[in-house]
Every structure is written in C-alpha cells, then in structure tokens.
Design a protein around this ligand. Structure first.
Ligand code: PEP
Length: 244
C-alpha cells in the first residue's frame, strides 16, 4: 500500500471576494509545505481568479460542490468539468451544510463523486454524525454507512479523500476528544476500499489544537473552515501538519 498523503484543505464556504485573494497568495508565498498537499476551496466565483493567482505555487484550488451531470438544464449548478476547466483539481462533496441545506443524501454524493472522478478531480467526501447521533451511541454506524454509500466504485487513493467532520464540531469551537477522533479514524481506515486514501479530520481545527489532532494515528490532515480564511492561521495549521 502507498502511504496516504498528508493534506490540508481550506473551505472558505460562502466567504471571500476578489480582495481576499491576497490571503491565498500569502499562504502560497509564506507557508510552502515540504510534505503536505495544500488546497483552498473558495466560492465558485473565485475559482478561476484564485487559480490564476496561484499559478507557479504548490497550493491547489478546489470547488465546494458540483452537479452529478456533466451539462444540461440545471440552473445555478456547476459541473465537475467546469470546475476543472476553471483551474480546480479537487472538489468538496457531501459537506454537512450541503446535506442539511440542500437535502443531499449519500447516494447523491456518490453520483457527484463519480462525476468528479470522470472530470479528473479528486473528490473530498465529507461524513460525520450529528450530536444526537453521538449521544445515542450511533457514531460509528452513521459514519461507516455514510462512507460506504457516498463513495462510488471509481474511488481510489488517487482520486478520493475522506473528511470526518462531526456536524456538532463544525464552526462551534467544540471538538471531539482525541480518543473519539482516533476511534472513528481507525474504523474508517479499516473499512476503506483502498487503505491509501487520505483521512482528514474537520471541525474547529485551529493553530492551537492542530498538532494534537495531527498526532493521532490515521489522521492524515485536516479540512478547515473558519481558520482557513487567514493565511497566518491556515499556514500555522499546515506547519503543524508538516511537523506531524
Ligand atoms: C468545515 O467547514 O468543513 C469546517 C470544518 O469548519 P470549521 O473549521 O470552521 O469548524
């Protein structure tokens, strides 16, 4: 088995204007990583401009969603091929905010991931339990079921990343204990179709807690929301990943 690659992904969500591209340039210039892949996922309006701003750097650009069809009558949607055409190499799929706001179920996430693969993109597939599911002892059942049904049979270490993001930890400043993260990541690794697929943790990762999270076995990196908006914060997280 090839060892999973270290990866730090920044999810800007619905934040960022052209004026904020200097943060991406600063990240690339001041925080180059010798060991990890770095991806920034801005809103779709900025993908082309960010890709142009990062030409010649090792920081790659990703989308935050794509449609499962390659073209057609889908007003407001973007295909995986369009993301690739704009300069993206990755796409986040099945984020809990899309599962909640847009009713995306795992079966649809798998269709989107298949479309991403067909367009040559790496799919970053998000899974995670709600607080009620954790409190009722269902965490492993939920995340393993989501992973199984969100991953198409085209998934391999070359084109797929799994991000474990407890829903209750996203944007809240709360995180699971290190043992809880380890338990989930061990179970995910044991059930991956390709053990070389990178496993990210996401949910309130910041410079202050990054090192202890990256020290956990089977955590290969992070999916970072709020702390990815500022190059200094995201750069400190990338540096912690390099040291892990
Ligand atoms: C996310 O949006 O995927 C995320 C993990 O957000 P935050 O880091 O802000 O919790």
């Amino acid at each position: 088995m090839t060892a999973p690659r270290k990866l730090a992904v920044g999810n800007w969500k619905m934040n960022g204007l052209r004026a904020d591209l200097h943060e991406a340039r600063k990240l690339a210039a001041e925080f180059p990583s010798p060991s990890a892949d770095i991806v920034l996922c801005p809103p779709a309006t900025l993908i082309g401009a960010m890709a142009a701003a990062l030409v010649g750097s090792s920081v790659r650009v990703g989308g935050q969603d794509c449609h499962f069809n390659s073209s057609g009558a889908h007003t407001g949607d973007i295909s995986a091929g369009m993301l690739a055409d704009a300069g993206a190499y990755h796409v986040i799929l099945g984020h809990s905010e899309r599962r909640a706001d847009h009713g995306e179920a795992s079966v649809m996430v798998a269709q989107k991931a298949r479309a991403a693969h067909a367009a040559g993109l790496t799919a970053i597939i998000c899974i995670g339990e709600t607080e009620a599911e954790r409190d009722s002892g269902q965490t492993l059942d939920v995340v393993l079921d989501q992973m199984k049904h969100s991953m198409p049979d085209s998934a391999s270490a070359a084109n797929t990343v799994i991000a474990y993001e407890p829903v209750w930890a996203i944007g809240t400043g709360r995180t699971p204990t290190l043992d809880q993260v380890a338990q989930v990541h061990d179970a995910l690794r044991a059930n991956l179709p390709d053990a070389g697929i990178s496993l990210l943790y996401g949910g309130s990762v910041k410079p202050a807690n990054a090192a202890e999270i990256f020290a956990i076995k089977n955590v290969d990196g992070a999916l970072v929301g709020g702390a990815s908006l500022k190059a200094d914060d995201f750069g400190a997280i990338v540096a912690a990943l390099d040291r892990a």
